[in-house]
Write a protein of this length. Structure first.
Length: 1015
């Protein structure tokens, strides 16, 4: 049967395509005069066919074919039906023409009026040739032949220096590559690993910080990073605010439509992460993004699988966010003013005499003197060239807001410069340490300056924009001061840089001082300047906290009380609440502070205050009976009123979130009622000190601007949280209580212990003689406590000069008073520690067995074994120079050591220390560290797997430090320290003086001035 021939320009009735143009006629013979032709039929897809030349027609047809195949065909039900019918009949469609079929022709013929004109019978065509642009029906003996597809549209080659994305990559992976090209993610981020999942990218972007930085990378200053929270710690309020800031900038700066954007909860709750990827794809194609030269995504060939996004909400709920500090390295350009300061200090370096290489200490002294002179000169130039001329142009309020207390700084540093010069030049720097110690109290005025410098710069920017005469005057002043090199805005941040340099200068001087007496004196000055630096850093940090609190205040409706009175924020998020007398769960958003919980109902982007809970009247208790595995919002805990009023029950979405909320509530309650708050008859409570104050115990400054420490409301003593247990007896106590040391009641999970509970932290005494109540204690003290020799007494109250102490007999549980000479301290028996989970612990093992374990391992492989011949003794066995070496670990007075000059409180600390320090400290011939635990397989990647199944690299240890002071954490982000702790340092990036590290498995932030880094 001959194929049906369609009319020119007619569409295929099945697939809807137009046929290609007919083949051009043969060229006429030479000398032949061509007949005039009608003009070519215009068609939007047939570019170049208007050209009358044969070359133009062929080029246009090729271009049409390329564009035709580069577009995705429209899939409609009619085409699918037609294709299925043709497949059943053995026909194919190509180029818009359809092979005929007898059955279909008969049906068309029966319709009559719609029949096409009769076609001439087609000549026979050999196998494999086309008939009218179609394949004819294949016979049973013919082999099936593949349809030949035209070559796709040629793709533009990648630009030099660009890494082309492989074809077939999922859109979220292409998005991750684009973020890496935009310098938002590091090139080795886990989203690039073979095991990466879309969950890794979603978790990375959830807090909105990197999205805001992305816009700044595409166009500088698109977002003011001061307006977002750079460490939201997955606070729902702060994360959503960051995300909304990003979305607003996409509209206002990048010209995107609101319909192209995702909603804030689409990202935070990952309700629609596919929409997030789509928004970022559209952002990559905006003119601003394309102007950077970074290739947009996705490419034409990509795998679009929506199923990968379906399980994300549940996975996010089940997984707590790991703190990846390296992610934010691109965000923290917080060292504002650092380059200006360095330029000012080095301006006259060429004219300075060079110090001899063998006398580094003299160079340190010269640097201290010269930088102080240069800095004082900078302050004087601000006063002379800016303050005096601008006084006529600014109001008194504007003048004070811009220049803060610079006149006081000028006077202070003139005197300090003179004393430093006199000490170094005339007194051979013997009293230099005393100069810095004396000026510590005077330099605290930098707290006021650092508190106001941000608002000063904002005021200056606003005045410059609104007052043309001031702007012109500022330019004139800059030219007079330093030829226009530095503006007043640049110079205002220099004082904040200078005050944080003193301890660094002294630290270098101490390092190169050999005289022991001078070194000890300079260390006192170093401690004073470190304390000052920490104070200033905490002022800066508190300013960030105050900005957060202001955002809370503005977003909560019906809140008439200042949120500042509630203390520092501990966390916020969605929770379900019910009162103990009702059983209806209400969905609420709570803001947890040290002193209160603000219960709100979400109202669009804002919140409506429903209730304020005063935490000083409550205690917390776990409720494990509500926990039901795999059921959301069933994990509860109680908030119980201490006076018996109605309490509350909180329900969390997951078990991990419940654990997190319990920790945050316990931290808040520990700030309200800390350990030792009532020791020695004191009554310590959190307090905001309006003036700079020092701790009564350690004499160090109380840090920050609000709720800096604790005040005794009886005697007025001031102390850090970590120092409360060492404050002397309260100066205002009853006469009968004088001289008695009251040991505090400890708390567990935020609840004070009842007398029946045994606290392993209280001192234990062993009874050495019987006591039956004779002689009796004083009447005002209480009943006697009957004792038998051999009993153990838990000491509750006692003093070295008192005849009677108060205690609890652990055998009978009775509490009373007994003679202090009837007991002696219990022998200290260390609690056995289970090291079996450590990859380096071998348990009980002899030398020969240890050598067998190590003989076939690489050098520096080690194990720690329990010496079976000597109970309680440990030894390190390590392979060094292809031999097994054995080191005995000595224990004395509760400390572990292999060298007398370095002792550790635990075996774990000793091993951690020698992972990063050579064993030659104790053995000169053993110059190696503990590198490879013997239980780990060789060539181990050192990776760990988190609960979601994603590989995460272990944090890189930058160094080891020893804690010099106790430090008590104030929120869950901070890391508590005890003097002598060995700290692994993970991050030093923070510009506010805080480092991130680990102690005994706990990871968090701690003040860098509280530790001393090992060389």
């Amino acid at each position: 049967m001959s194929p049906v021939k369609l009319q020119a320009g007619a569409r295929d009735p099945l697939c809807g395509r137009r046929p290609p143009p007919p083949a051009p006629p043969p060229r006429p013979a030479l000398g032949h005069r061509p007949q005039p032709r009608p003009p070519a039929r215009s068609h939007p897809r047939l570019w170049g066919l208007a050209d009358r030349s044969e070359t133009g027609r062929r080029a246009g047809h090729a271009q049409w074919r390329a564009r035709r195949w580069s577009r995705k065909p429209v899939r409609c039900s009619r085409r699918r039906a037609g294709r299925g019918a043709r497949r059943a009949r053995g026909t194919r469609c190509s180029g818009g023409r359809v092979a005929a079929h007898p059955g279909r022709d008969r049906s068309r013929a029966q319709r009559g009026a719609r029949d096409p004109p009769a076609a001439a019978p087609a000549p026979s065509i050999p196998l494999g040739e086309r008939a009218g642009g179609c394949w004819r029906r294949r016979g049973a003996e013919e082999p099936r032949r593949r349809r030949r597809r035209p070559r796709p549209h040629p793709r533009r080659p990648p630009r030099p220096g660009r890494v082309p994305e492989p074809s077939g990559m999922e859109p979220w992976k292409q998005c991750a590559q684009w973020l890496i090209h935009c310098k938002v993610l590091p090139a080795n981020h886990r989203v690039t690993w073979d095991s990466a999942q879309v969950f890794d990218l979603a978790q990375t972007l959830r807090d909105g910080v990197l999205l805001c930085q992305l816009l700044n990378n595409l166009r500088a200053h698109s977002i003011n990073l001061k307006e977002i929270n750079l460490r939201p710690q997955m606070s729902q309020f702060l994360c959503l605010k960051n995300i909304r800031t990003f979305l607003t900038a996409c509209c206002e700066t990048f010209g995107m439509r609101k319909s192209e954007l995702f909603e804030a909860f689409d990202l935070f709750d990952v309700r629609d992460f596919g929409k997030v990827i789509e928004t970022l794809s559209r952002l990559s194609r905006t003119p601003i993004a394309l102007a950077t030269g970074i290739r947009p995504f996705p490419t034409e060939e990509s795998i679009n699988d929506e199923d990968v996004y379906k399980g994300l909400p549940d996975l996010i709920d089940e997984t707590l966010v790991e703190d990846e500090e390296d992610l934010y390295d691109c965000v923290y350009g917080e060292d504002e003013g650092g380059e200006v300061y360095e330029d000012l200090m080095k301006a006259e370096e060429a004219h300075q005499p060079k110090c001899p290489e063998n006398d580094i200490r003299s160079c340190c002294l010269a640097e201290i003197k010269q930088t102080e002179e240069k800095y004082t000169e900078t302050l004087e130039s601000i006063e002379k060239y800016f303050m005096a001329p601008l006084k006529r142009f600014l109001t008194a309020a504007e003048f004070d807001s811009v220049f803060i207390n610079i006149p006081e700084l000028v006077k202070l540093h003139r005197n300090l410069m003179q004393e430093i010069h006199d000490s170094i030049v005339n007194k051979n720097d013997h009293n230099l340490y005393q100069v810095f110690i004396n000026y510590k109290e005077r330099l605290v005025i930098y707290g006021q300056y650092c508190s106001g410098v941000e608002s000063a710069i904002s005021s200056l920017d606003y005045i410059s924009k609104t007052k043309e005469d001031v702007r012109l005057k500022l330019e004139e002043c800059s030219k007079r001061a330093n030829n226009g090199k530095f503006t007043l805005r640049d110079l205002l941040v220099v004082p904040m840089q200078r005050v944080l340099k003193y301890h660094l200068l002294l630290q270098e001087l101490v390092k190169h001082t050999t005289d022991l007496t001078e070194k000890a004196n300079l260390k006192l000055a170093l401690d004073a300047m470190k304390d000052l630096a920490q104070y200033v850093n905490e002022v800066k940090r508190d300013n960030e906290t105050l900005r957060e609190i202001k955002q809370f205040q503005l977003s909560i409706e019906n809140l008439n009380q200042p949120v500042l009175l509630f203390g520092r924020p501990q966390g916020d998020g969605e929770i379900r609440i019910t009162t103990l007398d009702k059983h209806t769960k209400q969905e609420r958003h709570i803001f947890l502070f040290d002193l209160a919980v603000i219960v709100c109902k979400r109202k669009g982007d804002n919140y409506e205050m429903k209730e304020i809970i005063d935490l000083q009247q409550y205690k917390i208790a776990n409720n494990p009976t509500t926990d039901k595995e795999n059921k959301k919002w069933s994990y509860g805990f109680y908030l119980i009123h201490t006076q018996g009023q109605n309490g509350l029950e909180f329900y969390c979405k997951t078990k991990d979130l419940k654990k997190k909320w319990l920790e945050q509530f316990e931290m808040a309650l520990s700030n309200i009622r800390p350990d030792y708050a009532d020791s020695n008859f004191h009554d310590f409570k959190m307090h905001t000190f309006t003036r700079v104050t020092s701790c009564k115990v350690c004499q160090m400054l109380l840090r920050g601007t609000f709720y800096q420490g604790y005040l005794c409301f009886k005697c007025g003593a001031r102390a850090h949280k970590e120092c409360l247990g060492r404050v002397d007896n309260c100066g205002r106590v009853n006469s009968g209580e004088q001289g008695t040391l009251k040991l505090p009641e400890k708390r567990t999970n935020g609840l004070r212990r009842t007398p029946k509970q045994v606290d392993p932290g209280l001192p234990k005494m062993q009874v050495i003689r019987n006591y039956s109540g004779t002689p009796p204690p004083a009447l005002h003290e209480g009943p006697p406590l009957h004792l038998q020799a051999g009993d153990t007494v838990e000491l509750l109250r006692g003093d070295a000069h008192s005849l009677f102490w108060q205690g609890r007999n652990l055998a009978s549980g009775e509490v009373g008073f007994f003679p202090s000479d009837a007991v002696k301290p219990c022998p200290c028996v260390p609690k056995p520690v289970d090291y079996s989970c450590q990859p380096w612990y071998a348990g009980a093992m002899e030398r020969l067995q240890a050598e067998t374990e190590l003989i076939n391992r690489v050098n520096s492989t080690y194990l720690v074994r329990h010496r079976t011949k000597e109970s309680g003794e440990y030894a390190i066995s390590i392979k060094y120079n292809n031999e097994a070496k054995h080191i005995k670990i000595l224990t004395r007075d509760g400390f572990f050591h292999i060298a007398e000059n370095r002792k550790f409180k635990s075996l774990m600390e000793l091993v951690e220390y020698y992972k990063h320090h050579s064993l030659k400290e104790g053995f000169r011939t053993l110059d190696t560290t503990l590198q490879f635990p013997y239980k780990e397989p060789e060539h181990s990647t050192g990776q760990r797997v988190n609960r979601a199944g994603n590989s995460l690299l272990s944090p890189k240890v930058l160094g080891i430090a020893i804690a010099r002071y106790d430090f008590c954490a104030r929120d869950m982000r901070e890391l508590s320290l005890l003097k002598g702790d060995v700290v692994k340092i993970y991050t030093k990036m923070s510009a506010n003086g805080w480092w991130r590290g680990e102690v005994n498995g706990r990871v968090g932030w701690f003040p860098s001035t509280y530790v001393e880094e090992d060389e």
